[in-house]
Design a protein. Structure first.
Length: 242
């Protein structure tokens, strides 16, 4: 394979991976607290090409990374909706252990248990589930304290981590700890806003613009491969004439 075709093919593969990330981001544009995935590009140099002058390099997606920037905090007026202004996550009881999420669109489950939209119990600061009286108003203060009729029910478990690199996406806007070195800490300067939810930090408009850009790059690389093929064909025909 000639260098032009090889480099263009490598670029096509990288753009295909970028398209997969974009598709997932756009599919989660309406998922509360969703954090977009982005790609980190690098150049690959084959060991056998190290001695070439200049060496042949190929673009590759070296790794994926998560954009942890906060999404728009939107007012809903629902007393069970809460958003985090600042760093941190809500802790919930997932099917396989503790999960973490920025999606504070909660509801009441059986017996007045505070749960996520997927039915996972929201954990209190002491580790137990939070139980409230469904027929009475619920007040949630800036530090996550949950009260009814002036009586404190409990406090939302809100945690941050020494390194978000130790978190892995679980799906549905949830994260799990994938690296034991990522230890939970108490977030500083974070406040809870009742009656609000945090939107995804990716939007359909932004995703559409990025999608068009990647598709154009994809088309250009396809043309490069086609051109390289035509050049190779022409060279072979000229050699055959000789």
């Amino acid at each position: 394979m000639d260098p032009i075709t090889a480099i263009a093919a490598s670029g096509l593969r990288a753009r295909m991976e970028a398209l997969d990330l974009l598709a997932n981001n756009m599919a989660n544009a309406s998922t509360g607290g969703y954090k977009a995935d982005q790609e980190f590009y690098s150049l690959y140099v084959a060991p056998e090409a190290q001695d070439n002058e200049p060496p042949s390099t190929m673009p590759v997606v070296e790794q994926r990374w998560t954009d942890w920037s906060q999404g728009l905090v939107r007012s809903t007026g629902n007393q069970l909706d809460v958003a985090l202004s600042g760093k941190g996550f809500f802790a919930v009881d997932g099917p396989g252990g503790t999960l973490y999420t920025r999606n504070g669109s909660f509801r009441l489950g059986a017996g007045g248990k505070l749960v996520t939209a997927d039915g996972f119990a929201v954990r209190g600061a002491q580790g137990a589930s939070l139980m409230v009286e469904p027929s009475r108003p619920i007040e949630i203060s800036g530090d996550g304290t949950v009260s009814q009729d002036g009586a404190v029910i409990g406090q939302l478990a809100i945690v941050d981590f020494t390194s978000t690199a130790g978190l892995a996406k679980q799906g549905g806007g949830y994260f799990r700890v994938s690296d034991p070195a990522a230890r939970p800490t108490t977030p500083s300067g974070t406040s809870v806003e009742q009656g609000h939810v945090e939107d995804s930090n990716t939007g359909t408009a932004k995703g559409a613009v990025r999608l068009i850009s990647v598709m154009r790059q994809f088309e250009m690389l396809q043309k490069a491969i086609s051109l390289a093929g035509d050049m190779s064909k022409q060279a072979i025909e000229e050699v055959a004439k000789v």
